[in-house]
Design a protein around this ligand. Structure first.
Ligand code: SF4
Length: 387
């Protein structure tokens, strides 16, 4: 009989991820992250690059400048948004997804991490204490991947430790990688959700260049869930291709063979979207990609999406797959869609952004009481105003 393989043995090592330069700003040279980046790093103001791909290969640890904590920049009152919050600690990413909006967004493209975690936490504490009744879900992935660069995972670990003391906050780490080992022994007290953006292997191979293959993401999910972290899943962007139904059904089954429904805190579903300007960038940067070849319509938010009936079919199909594997109780929501699409897919919809925020907080409290100890008060969430 074959000996049972230790999951940790099978990890690709990212420690040899090559950067052409590593620079530490003099103001953060005493931080944990600077120490982790080690002796080969230069001390200085950072290279200030503007080429998207070039920037991915140059790492810069910087002090905090200005405010980093805010509600998700995609929030638009014309759509049902989940009103997640973000703290932009990381900017740019070593991976290369063909659909990544950063290729049309960043001005300074240097892969940058804000190294003074304490300053970030002070800002979060100050802002979230203004609404102590509210459960804030706070992600670090707005401008990058939370766990793509192992030396920077020191930044993530610093936040995991600090979030233990923030009663009304949950930290959301989100990745397409698998470098979770440093998280496994951290005392997180259920206050950090480790999330994966997931797609079938066909899409990972063709459109998510440099990211961890599906099997590695699955092993990483299994490890963090064994370490007691709630796991979040983001089927976003769902991408159309020949055989997509079979591939997404298989994907859902593989995920829920690696983790149980009881480990999954929420599931978001969204489809490929980008603005017309970015369509040109994708075609220039990734001429092999076929993702811009499908018929798409322009929405009020200036984003191209698949036609509504196509999106509804994709979402309904995925939801069916999720129910088939016994995960109907996991809180499942659509990202950047309107009320009519929700009605079609779920047969119901939240009546406001604040209502969705409440429903998520209630689900977390009921299913993961360690993560959200206090029951949310509906009337306070309904009083939230956006736009
Ligand atoms: S993992 Fe996210 S941030 Fe990184 S390239 Fe892909 S889409 Fe962009």
């Amino acid at each position: 009989m074959k000996p049972k393989r230790d999951l940790k043995d099978s990890f690709r090592t990212f420690e040899n991820m090559k950067f052409r330069s590593i620079t530490i700003h003099p103001k953060v040279r005493d931080t944990e992250i600077a120490k982790r980046l080690g002796g080969t790093a230069a001390v200085g103001p950072g290279p200030g690059l503007s080429d998207y791909r070039q920037g991915k290969r140059h790492l810069f640890a910087t002090p905090k400048r200005g405010e980093l904590f805010h509600v998700c920049a995609s929030l638009d009152p014309r759509y049902v948004c989940c009103s997640t919050h973000v703290v932009s600690q990381i900017s740019n990413c070593p991976f290369e997804c063909t659909y990544c909006f950063l290729q049309n967004y960043l001005t300074d493209t240097t892969l940058t991490v804000v190294a003074d975690t304490r300053a970030i936490i002070r800002e979060i504490m100050q802002k979230t204490s203004e609404q102590p009744w509210r459960l804030f879900r706070i992600g670090t992935w707005e401008l990058g991947d939370s766990l793509a660069v192992p030396p920077l995972n020191e930044a993530a670990i610093g936040l995991v430790r600090e979030f233990r003391n923030l009663d009304n906050c949950i930290l959301k780490l989100r990745t397409k990688g698998s470098a979770v080992e440093p998280l496994l022994d951290v005392d997180h007290q259920g206050k950090t959700v480790v999330s994966w953006t997931v797609n079938p292997p066909e899409i990972i191979r063709g459109e998510e260049i440099g990211t961890a293959p599906l099997e590695e993401r699955l092993r990483a999910m299994e490890l963090v869930s064994r370490a007691g972290y709630p796991v979040g899943l983001h089927f976003d962007p769902m991408i159309l291709f020949k055989g997509w139904e079979k591939a997404y059904r298989k994907l859902v089954r593989s995920i829920f063979s690696a983790i149980g429904p009881e480990n999954c805190i929420w599931i978001s579903i969204g489809s490929l979207r980008f603005n017309p300007e970015m369509k040109k960038k994708i075609e220039n940067n990734y001429p092999f990609s076929r993702i811009t070849a499908q018929e798409m319509v322009l929405g009020d938010d200036n984003k191209l999406r698949y036609l509504r009936p196509v999106r509804e079919e994709m979402y309904s199909f995925l939801l069916q797959c999720i129910k088939e594997v016994g995960c109907g109780e996991c809180f499942t929501y659509l990202c950047m869609e309107r009320w009519n699409v929700w009605e079609k897919v779920f047969g119901r919809s939240p009546f406001s952004i604040g209502h969705l925020d409440y429903l998520m907080a209630r689900s977390v409290h009921e299913r993961f009481p360690e993560t959200a100890k206090k029951a949310p008060e509906k009337k306070l969430y309904l009083s939230l105003r956006y736009g």
